[in-house]
Design a protein around this ligand. Sequence first.
Ligand SMILES: Cc1cc2nc3c(=O)[nH]c(=O)nc-3n(C[C@H](O)[C@H](O)[C@H](O)COP(=O)(O)OP(=O)(O)OC[C@H]3O[C@@H](n4cnc5c(N)ncnc54)[C@H](O)[C@@H]3O)c2cc1C
Length: 388
Amino acid sequence: MNVLKRIDDSLDLPEEERLILDAVSALCRDRLQPNAAAYDLSGEFPWDNVHAINNLGLNGMFIPDEYGGTKTSYVSYLATIREMAKACAATAMVWGTTFHAVKPVIDFASKEQKQRLLPNIAKGGLVSLCITEPTAGSDATGMKTKFTPDGDDIIITGGKTFITQGDQADLFVLFGKWSEIENDKAAISVVLLEKGTPGLSVVGKEDKMGQRACSTVSLAFDNIRVPRANLMCEPGDGLKILFSALNKSRPSIAAHALGIARVAFEDAVAYINQRQQSGRNIIEFQGIQFMLADMATDLALCESWLWRVGRMIDAGEDDIGIEASMLKMRASDLAMHITTEAVQLHGGYGYCRDYPVERYMRDAKITQIYEGTNQIHRQLIGRSFIEK
Ligand SMILES: Cc1cc2nc3c(=O)[nH]c(=O)nc-3n(C[C@H](O)[C@H](O)[C@H](O)COP(=O)(O)OP(=O)(O)OC[C@H]3O[C@@H](n4cnc5c(N)ncnc54)[C@H](O)[C@@H]3O)c2cc1C
């Protein structure tokens, strides 16, 4: 057994979580992986895959039992998204985005809000997390979407850009600024917006390099009126909710990136074990072995850190922001590096669509950009060492 398999086996999930992961592996083998190239080409939203995921009840993994889920550990969630990303990165991101967006609802919404909204998500509903705006990317606090109180209602004006599955979602976890609070950061608040609310429209869809079947859209909010009952926590609680949400979504992005990295590594290893040049299998050349050694070692270290951060979250540790930043940054850089090397190891064939490695390379790139670019993560990590 190779070293990476041994790390996988050391995960030691409880029996019921192992059975879920086995079912996900079968789904990935039979449906997600065979359809991945076609979805990449068409860029169509992968509804067949979403229905198959919902038939397994996988949204239940992150919804508490009292709201219709069958909640499992965070480590098992990470293992599941990594497994899906190996097969179809776009589908994995659809499922992962619902987790990223619904987690703050689980952690911060009122009981009434959870009873009203979560059962539908447990059954398979999609959720979008809406933070980014055209002039507020890395500095999300520059957002301009406005929440204006009006009696028992809130009026929403503004717009968002780059919203994953914003054209398909049933629920939008929307960040904006409370009109009555002057301080820019203190004004950030969160409103829950349901599909079909008058004034909500999709005004553009991106044509992307990778993860093409997972839609990315711009949204406009034209004087949307929602009941104040849809405000999460109090006006001005948004920044706290945002940081907490990112601490849970960044390890998820890392697991996703490591799934892409792992499949690219395994495909390359399989290829160079059979491809011959100069009368030898390519893997027998020492220069190639050195490349594998570096990639396998980095993968082993990064995967081990993934499970460590996952266990910290399962143990209820809150102060994990820097660990999560390190993980997201290193995993996504590694995914880009390994997918690029996997193309290289396939020679000219790696550059062509007959082999999936060129798709892995395109799918990997965004993991360095979203959920905080890797420049921002380097800044957060480095800054944490400034002595106060
Ligand atoms: C496919 C896709 C899906 C996405 N999904 C979502 C989603 O579901 N919800 C959502 O809210 N957003 C989403 N995003 C937005 C994403 O999080 C942002 O694109 C990202 O945070 C970067 O913002 P920006 O694109 O405006 O880049 P900018 O912030 O303009 O950055 C441009 C460059 O400048 C660098 N830079 C910026 N500030 C600094 C600094 N202080 N120091 C050093 N370098 C800096 C950046 O690292 C980057 O290289 C998505 C984006 C994409 C492309």
